[in-house]
Design a protein around this ligand. Structure first.
Ligand code: AMP
Length: 438
């Protein structure tokens, strides 16, 4: 017996169906917002992630050498790859460039509920549109994706990194250290770091701002605490609130403690929580950033986000969202050995018409086959007997009601796609709920 690597999971058919359900909702929402899908490699040169996130990222990554001695890493996220791709090949695409991707990421973390070493993300970026409208479009997209999945209890928190960057006007490295501690809400360490920078007196103000959370009134408070440093950011957040109202988004809070420690975030930042998830409740986050120049290109403003699919699946499960797999439309049952060939022809006819259809592969009798159709939750069974075959018809049994009707082979696809009761002539058989012999 072999074990899975730590922090990885197998997905049984129902778990895989839930995962794909969420992915499908995200893909459709991104497309509905005019985003196009891109795909990037599962592994990249280590240097790419170091350039984006600093050498500290090494500890969080799965790194390895290939046979040519190159240092590679399994991707811990998508933004670095997308911006690398943009710099090298997508720069001349019409702006704004709206792209999304869905896939697995790898981080060397301590596994727990909602935190894995292999996990999946939905990532979207709008590149080259430095505007309030692209910020609001990105937030609306993340929010709509979660709503399309069926989540109702998420909390959207919006902040602005600009005000703290202006207020904490230290050299870049020191500013990054302070913001990182704020991001992690490590207030004791923050106090020490500020003292080291000779700015202990800022601690009370900064920690108060980082704890401001609520309606527009928190913007006034930030303004009075930070003074001029907050002016632009506060005005921006007010306008963003107005813009989001146009999308019907009113149920968000301003949270000035959303910092997202990394240096390339420049303006609006946001996070989305699903409170029913406990410790690992953050399902996603993003913001406005400039990364193209950090990765060797021209400075281009972008806004993007990443949402963790695994946590959304967990949350949707908790909220009772049904994420059932695509049902089997028809299970084809030959009655007697001579009808087996016909059964295979018919099942292929249904499959090529886009229906989900399966056929008896075990040589079972009709009664056992109906039991099987019930247990795999087939919508219908298609019974092929000699008498029916001679007439060019099949018996179509609705597995829910037990109602059985004769349908010509020609009309079978339409009857199955119609979804409801087949319209053909009744066989006169008594409907039964249980699977019985036809
Ligand atoms: P980040 O790229 O760190 O901003 O992460 C974006 C989202 O990805 C988070 O909000 C989580 O939902 C998800 N995520 C990040 N790391 C993990 C992990 N180790 N396991 C599961 N989901 C994760």
């Amino acid at each position: 017996m072999f074990e899975r690597p730590r922090g990885t999971r197998d997905f049984n058919p129902s778990q895989a169906a839930s995962h794909r359900f969420v992915e499908r909702a995200f893909r459709r929402t991104a497309e509905a917002f005019g985003c196009r899908e891109v795909l990037t490699p599962t592994f990249e040169n280590v240097e790419l992630f170091k350039a984006k996130s600093g050498p500290g990222i090494l500890e969080e990554m799965f790194t390895f050498k290939d046979k040519g001695g190159r240092d590679l890493a399994l991707r811990p996220e998508f933004t670095a790859s997308i911006i690398r791709f943009y710099n090298s090949e997508l720069r001349s695409e019409p702006k704004p460039l709206k792209v999304f991707t869905l896939g697995n990421c790898f981080r060397y973390e301590e596994p727990q509920m909602g935190r894995y070493r292999e996990f999946w993300q939905w990532n979207c970026e709008i590149i080259g549109a430095p505007s309030l409208e692209s910020d609001s479009d990105v937030i609306a997209l993340a929010d709509a994706g979660l709503k399309q999945v069926g989540l109702k209890k998420t909390e959207l928190r919006i902040g602005h990194i600009g005000m703290l960057r202006k207020f904490l006007a230290f050299p870049p490295h020191d500013q990054a250290t302070v913001l990182h501690l704020l991001d992690k809400k490590r207030f004791a360490d923050l106090k020490t770091a500020l003292a080291r920078l000779g700015a202990e007196q800022l601690f009370d103000i900064v920690s108060s701002v980082a704890q401001l959370k609520g309606g527009p009134e928190v913007l006034d408070k930030a303004q009075s605490l930070l003074g001029q440093a907050a002016k632009e950011s506060v005005e921006y957040l007010r306008m963003l609130g107005g813009q989001l109202a146009l999308y019907g988004i009113k149920d968000f809070v301003y949270d000035l403690g959303v910092v997202r420690g990394l240096d390339y975030y420049t303006g609006m930042v946001f996070e989305i929580d699903s409170p029913n998830l406990g410790a690992e409740k953050q399902v996603g986050g993003g913001g406005a950033y400039t990364l193209t120049n950090v990765l060797g290109g021209e400075a281009t403003s972008s806004t993007g986000f990443a949402i963790g699919i695994d946590r959304v699946v967990l949350s949707a499960g908790q909220e009772g969202v049904r994420m059932a797999p695509r049902p089997l439309d028809a299970y084809v049952i030959p009655i007697g050995q001579p009808m087996r060939a016909r059964a295979f022809e018919i099942v292929m006819h249904l499959r090529m018409a886009g229906l989900c259809a399966d056929v008896d592969l075990m040589g079972r009798g009709p009664s056992k086959n109906l039991d099987y159709a019930n247990s795999v939750k087939a919508r219908t069974s298609v019974l092929i007997g000699e008498k029916e075959a001679a007439k060019g018809v099949v018996a179509l049994r609705d597995m829910e009601s037990g109602k059985q009707t004769e349908v010509s082979v020609q009309d079978l696809v339409a009857a199955l796609k119609g979804g409801g009761e087949p319209k053909a002539h009744k066989t006169g058989k008594k409907p039964t709920r249980r699977a019985t012999k036809p």
